[in-house]
Design a binder for this molecule. Structure first.
Ligand SMILES: Nc1ncnc2c1ncn2[C@@H]1O[C@H](COP(=O)(O)OP(=O)(O)OP(=O)(O)O)[C@@H](O)[C@H]1O
Ligand SMILES: O=C(O)[C@H](O)CO
Length: 523
């Protein structure tokens, strides 16, 4: 009731659009349509970045001559092809490589997430599976995206294969996000457990992926160019599916085929920043002390071709096409959504508010103020490719519904011990922002989903929300703020409306970061 009353003044100042609030039933129907569109769009976005199509785009083989073309480079195949891979998308990438290059393939080893083959079999995704008598050995490990002994065994098998190669051989390296956890080979005396603890602490304290992977590289035999070095003098082709903003090849999966440019000072700064330097285990200190005298020098990677074959930008380009096919004016806001999840949520909240209030802009002070806040926040977030003005122009000029698309990876600083993930936490925070004050005469839906299908250590890929959520939750006895304070977004969504707002895809077999969709539909 209070909400409806607060909305009225805003309606009175909105002369540019017909304001049809509709009966509650009609509003619900409109909400349902948005939710259906959101789910559809999420599914088709993921389908666009499945490994097979991207591998086929990057590679071609002339069956007569055995010439393999990768972008504008040619390589001669003559039963001299070896394959290694690690990452959440690597099973499907390996299956595509086997299909394309199988008769030249001598041997392979890949390290992929636990349970991924069973998931692909169960969901009938045959194209993601290797042949039954494949020469590629599969290791499954890194449950919950943490390095474990299975992943360590895989890393050692990969190292052994690489070290056995000669100058006549060609090593195809398949890399995707999640590769760091699936290729752990700590430099002794650092143990797997010590590395696991350190990376977990850094991640929980909000370290960026660049910072996290700088430390991982310094403590690893294979990261930071170590794998390329092990494979020398064989030629190395790395095909990389990017899950990092800006597609930096030295950061994705900690750059095992890219020489590291970081030194000990960089590592110590990072450890200092997160208050971890004082409590470092002796083994880590020992390895860092040795690091500068034994770098994986830049000269070690001249034999490598690193190629990005897919990214978040590709996924969003497809999402834009699909959204337009569903009848929305669509625009990609950014492929580099980074920063604290709280600020990112505030950004989307303000964006929806400014977009919703747009018709009232000339006649009221408040939305102008919010417009300024939005621009200030955008500047603070430092999103290099943000198309904010263009997006607001699209909203202003649109006759019908609009879909704003973005991708990236905000950071969560864990404070509570609840169960959640980046996407679910972002969605819940956006719901809280949207529910703070009434919006203009529009229906709004926000979706945040991880393209790998797993949001943090949960079974869900993400969640979708609408402005009514906070009030509806209160009516169900669920307090959004309390769940947020404990980083317990998954528990919240699991309980709220029987889990209806959760996105479940299962492991998708790909990984190009997260996608965010903001649907705005004038009433
Ligand atoms: N309870 C929680 N609430 C919110 N976020 C969480 C929670 N627990 C973990 N996270 C976040 O989940 C992230 C890890 O998620 P996930 O395992 O999906 O990794 P990822 O970053 O997608 O992995 P990769 O980049 O290696 O593919 C971390 O950023 C962590 O802060
Ligand atoms: O594996 C990793 O390091 C992250 O997914 C970034 O690529």
């Amino acid at each position: 009731m209070a909400t409806a009353l607060q909305v009225l003044p805003c309606m009175a100042r909105a002369p540019l659009r017909p304001l049809l609030w509709g009966r509650p039933g009609a509003r619900l129907a409109s909400g349902m349509a948005l939710a259906e569109h959101a789910r559809k769009l999420f599914e088709s976005t993921i389908a666009a970045v499945l490994p097979g199509p991207m591998m086929h785009r990057a590679l071609s083989l002339d069956p007569g001559s055995g010439q393999l073309k990768v972008r504008d480079r040619s390589f001669q195949l003559r039963q001299n092809l070896y394959l290694v891979g690690f990452g959440k998308a690597v099973l499907g990438m390996a299956a595509a490589a086997e299909e394309l290059l199988g008769k030249h393939l001598v041997q392979g080893v890949i390290s992929v997430p636990k349970g991924i083959r069973a998931t692909m079999e169960y969901t009938g995704k045959q194209e993601m599976l290797l042949k039954s008598h494949s020469c590629v050995q599969v290791f499954e490990g890194a449950e919950d995206n943490l390095p474990d002994h299975d992943a360590l065994r895989a890393a050692l098998a990969i190292r052994q294969l690489a070290e056995g190669l000669t100058a006549d051989d060609l090593l195809l390296v398949l890399i995707s996000g999640g590769g760091s956890a699936l290729l752990p080979a700590p430099i002794p005396p650092v143990t797997l457990e010590e590395k696991q603890t350190l990376t977990k602490l850094l991640a929980a304290r909000g370290a960026t992926i660049q910072e996290l992977n700088t430390i991982r590289k310094a403590l690893s035999q294979l990261k930071g160019g170590g794998l390329a070095q092990a494979a020398y003098p064989a030629q190395v082709i790395s095909l990389i599916l990017s899950d990092v903003v800006g597609d930096p090849v030295d950061v994705i999966a900690s750059g095992p085929t890219v020489a590291s440019v970081h030194n000990v000072q960089d590592c110590l700064h990072i450890l200092n920043r997160y208050g971890l330097r004082a409590a470092l285990p002796r083994s880590v200190k020992t390895v860092l002390a040795q690091a500068d005298s034994d770098p994986h020098g830049p000269h070690t990677c001249g034999h490598v071709l690193n190629v990005i074959i897919g990214s978040n930008a590709l996924a969003l380009a497809e999402a834009q096409k699909q959204a337009e096919a569903l009848g929305y004016r669509a625009i990609v806001l950014s492929t580099a959504m980074q920063g604290n999840v709280k600020s990112v949520a505030q950004f989307y909240g303000l964006l929806a508010r400014v977009a919703g209030a747009h018709p009232t802009l000339p006649s009221t002070g408040t939305p102008v103020e919010e417009g300024e806040q939005l621009h200030e926040l955008a500047a603070e977030l430092q999103l290099p490719d943000l198309q904010l003005k263009e997006a607001l122009k699209v909203v202003a000029g649109a006759e019908g519904p609009v879909c704003l698309l973005a991708g990236g990876e905000p950071t969560v600083q864990l404070q509570g011990s609840g169960k959640g993930g980046r996407n679910q936490e972002l969605a819940l925070r956006v719901a809280a922002e949207l529910g703070r004050r009434p919006l203009g005469p529009i229906d709004v839906l926000f979706l945040s989903g991880g393209t790998d299908g797993r949001d943090g250590p949960t079974e869900a890929a993400g969640a979708w929300v609408m402005p009514e959520l906070a009030n509806q939750a209160t009516a169900e006895g669920l307090d959004v703020a309390t769940f947020l304070a404990h980083n317990d977004s998954h528990t919240f969504f699991h309980r709220f409306q029987g889990g209806a707002h959760l996105l479940y895809t299962g492991l998708t077999g790909t990984n190009v970061m997260d996608v965010h969709f903001l649907f705005l539909k004038p009433r």
